[in-house]
Design a binder for this molecule. Structure first.
Ligand SMILES: [Zn+2]
Ligand SMILES: [Zn+2]
Length: 331
């Protein structure tokens, strides 16, 4: 059975709190297991989440602020300690590659794991993975930062009962797929008649950034979007100044991009601890929820450490892009 789900390892921006670890997100997508932005403490959070270091196939770092990368030394050394049997690929902003080098060699250890560095050199760069293509987009933040999206291509699924009805079997099926049609006793059978669309699934990961076109490009038609919402709209001016998003902005991105399930995370500690609020003083979670709900009415998750969020079931038909002509434009 295939599993596609996100394990949230940490949700705090800047500093960890009593309730929130530094960032850390693990996407399990069939046999591809991608660790995004391992902040401090990620190795131990993986233990709490029941995730083995040897499961990892890929590490993606958006940028080299500490809350997104200080967990790298522990995780990298653990790959060797546990003798991960397969290569692990690592992506990070090439311009700040010296930080990756230092974190990788932060202290002495016996390196046995094969860690392949594939840094992101340019906006829009794509990497082939067994799960589809991984695309990096440049974000708006004081240091070189890339968001990522994983895109499984749209395909068609053959319908055995339709093939049987036409008596199509064996090598003829391959020819039909290759050519797009098959001529049978004077009648042409097209691929559309014996197959159904199988829309690919998409995952997007958008960390520290001000609002920009790349955010929308990454989120486009995502089944699952993980996006920072460091601030609430009451601090929108500060958010713009320091290159971050508010909950309302993140929710607007999700709504305009056709996102199905939205995960807000990377919260500033200024809004207090999670937990129940009162009618007079709503909790931070209640405030982020209420603000996001003003813009987005799909599945909404306000991330907590160690929750798991499934990728929604595959769409049944391909849906048009939300940026089709005639759609409202954005500034
Ligand atoms: Zn951050
Ligand atoms: Zn940052």
């Amino acid at each position: 059975m295939t599993i596609r789900e996100l394990a949230v390892l940490g949700t705090a921006s800047q500093v960890p709190t009593r309730h929130r670890n530094h960032n850390g997100y693990l996407l399990r997508w069939d046999r591809e297991v991608i660790l995004f932005d391992p902040g401090e403490g990620t190795q131990r959070q993986m233990t709490f989440a029941g995730i083995a270091a040897t499961d990892l196939t890929r590490i993606c770092v958006t940028h080299f602020h500490g809350d997104h990368c200080l967990g790298l030394p522990g995780v990298i050394q653990r790959l060797s300690l546990d003798r991960v049997p397969h290569p692990v690929e690592a992506h990070y902003p090439a311009g700040d590659g010296q930080y990756f080098g230092r974190l990788r060699q932060a202290s002495s250890f016996h390196e046995t794991a094969e860690l392949r560095e594939l840094p992101v050199e340019r906006d829009g760069q794509r990497f082939d993975t067994p799960a589809g293509w991984l695309e990096a987009r440049r974000l708006r933040h004081p240091v070189e930062t890339y968001g990522y999206r994983l895109v499984e291509p749209d395909e068609r699924r053959m319908l055995p009962e339709r093939l049987a009805a036409y008596g199509i079997r064996g090598p003829a099926v391959g020819e039909l797929i290759r050519v797009g049609h098959l001529d049978l006793d004077g009648r042409r059978v097209t691929l559309d008649e014996v197959s159904a669309p199988r829309p690919g699934q998409r995952f997007a990961f958008v960390m520290d950034t001000g609002l920009c076109d790349s955010v929308f490009a990454l989120a486009e038609r995502a089944d699952l979007l993980v996006i920072e919402s460091t601030f609430l709209d009451e601090d929108a001016a500060l958010a713009a100044e320091v290159g971050h998003l508010t909950a309302a902005q993140a929710a607007r991105v999700a709504a305009e991009s056709g996102v199905r399930r939205l995960v807000l995370t990377h919260f500033s500690q200024r809004y207090g601890a999670p937990g129940p609020g009162t009618p007079d003083r709503p909790s931070a979670v209640e405030r982020f929820t209420a603000e996001a709900r003003t813009r987005f009415d799909g599945d909404l998750v306000i991330a907590e450490d160690l929750i798991r969020v499934p990728v929604p079931a595959r769409r049944t038909v391909a849906e048009p892009l939300s940026t089709a002509p005639g759609q409202p434009s954005r500034p």
